[in-house]
Design a protein around this ligand. Structure first.
Ligand SMILES: Cc1ncc(COP(=O)(O)O)c(C=O)c1O
Length: 331
């Protein structure tokens, strides 16, 4: 399909590999072939799924005359860290509005945010949840009063602009499928703010990828993500008049959030450790580990019966693993 993409800035190391997981297939595949789309390899500090979205978001910011990006997330947000490094690479200032109280010692993504030179403002959870829109506005006004212009980048970079990242990734997946001899697949991804799932769902339809896209939610519930992904897709359609009318059937696999966002069960930690030793691939406890645990359970339950190939999108997140090191029990 000849899609008219908006401008993007090359930030991600793409195409990322599509890796066959032979031992993991034998261990958990229940007769399926498991594949990993290695989007954890989009870069080193600028790694993970967010980079694909930021290619379009940063181009938009610069085209709008912005010199600053303001975005938000948890203290260990991968999206905020990726935005901080994208800004540093492009000479844009980055201001992060983070949920929670800054710990005495910086580590993981939060340490990297500082290394990238981002301005970091932390807000207690209640204030963050109730006032985030106001906080964005207040900081945008602040930069305007200095004669500067700041773009508000929503949680996870998930909106109509960010959706292009995974629409484009579907072109890559088409080539991957051809090279790997995949005729039909289920694509499974962790979903946290819905943008990756939205882009993949739109992209699969636009690029006629023979695949069904599933998001395993790591927070909230199925109802929330059905609405969120549909809303982002609607915003994408509205923002880019003339884009194709595409089928956007959103599919969510609920039931693997566990005790809550960012809290993983001992089984998830054990699975992360097992996969690391089995395939040399590291997942994280907040997103990919939970989603992979969901995939393993659904394979065993037969959800994907009748389709040989399953592609799990490794969306990155390794830096979020270190602050949760106590979940692993090594000497
Ligand atoms: C490592 C990782 N995987 C998956 C996700 C989920 O992606 P999205 O926010 O686009 O739903 C995120 C961010 O939220 C993430 O940081």
């Amino acid at each position: 399909m000849n899609l008219s993409y908006p401008r993007r800035i090359s930030l991600a190391r793409t195409p990322t590999p599509l890796q066959a997981l032979e031992r993991a297939s034998a261990r958990w595949g229940c007769g399926h072939r498991l594949w990993l789309k290695r989007d954890d390899l989009t870069g080193c500090t600028l790694s993970g799924n967010k980079v694909r979205k930021l290619e379009f978001i940063t181009a938009h910011a610069i085209d709008q005359g912005c010199d600053t990006l303001i975005t938000c997330g948890g203290l260990q947000s991968n999206h905020c860290r990726a935005t901080a490094f994208a800004g540093a690479q492009l000479g844009l200032s980055v201001h992060l509005l983070l949920r929670g109280t800054a710990p005495a010692e910086l580590e993981g993504n939060l340490l990297l945010d500082h290394l990238a030179g981002a301005t970091v403002s932390c807000y207690p959870k209640h204030q963050y949840v109730t006032e985030i829109d106001h906080l964005f506005q207040q900081w945008q006004d602040h930069y305007a009063s200095l004669g500067r212009k700041a773009l508000k980048v929503p949680t996870g970079g998930s909106d109509g602009i960010g959706a292009w990242g995974y629409i484009a990734a579907c072109e890559e997946l088409r080539a991957d499928f051809t090279a790997a001899g995949i005729e039909q697949a289920h694509i499974v991804t962790a979903t946290g703010s819905g943008g990756t799932q939205c882009g993949l769902t739109l992209g699969a339809a636009l690029h006629q990828l023979p695949a069904t896209v599933w998001g395993v939610n790591v927070c909230d519930d199925e109802q929330y993500f059905l609405g969120k992904v549909a809303a982002d897709a609607a915003e994408w359609r509205q923002r880019y008049a003339g884009v194709e009318e595409v089928d956007c059937q959103v599919r969510v696999i609920d039931g693997y959030v566990g005790e809550g966002y960012g809290v993983a069960s001992p089984q998830v930690f054990a699975l992360i450790a097992e996969l690391a030793a089995l395939e040399g691939v590291v997942l994280d406890p907040v997103y990919t580990g939970k989603a992979f645990a969901g995939l393993v359970a659904e394979l065993a339950a037969g959800r994907f019966a009748g389709c040989r190939d399953i592609v799990f999108v490794h969306t990155g997140g390794i830096f979020g693993l270190f602050p949760q090191r106590q979940g692993f029990h090594y000497q």
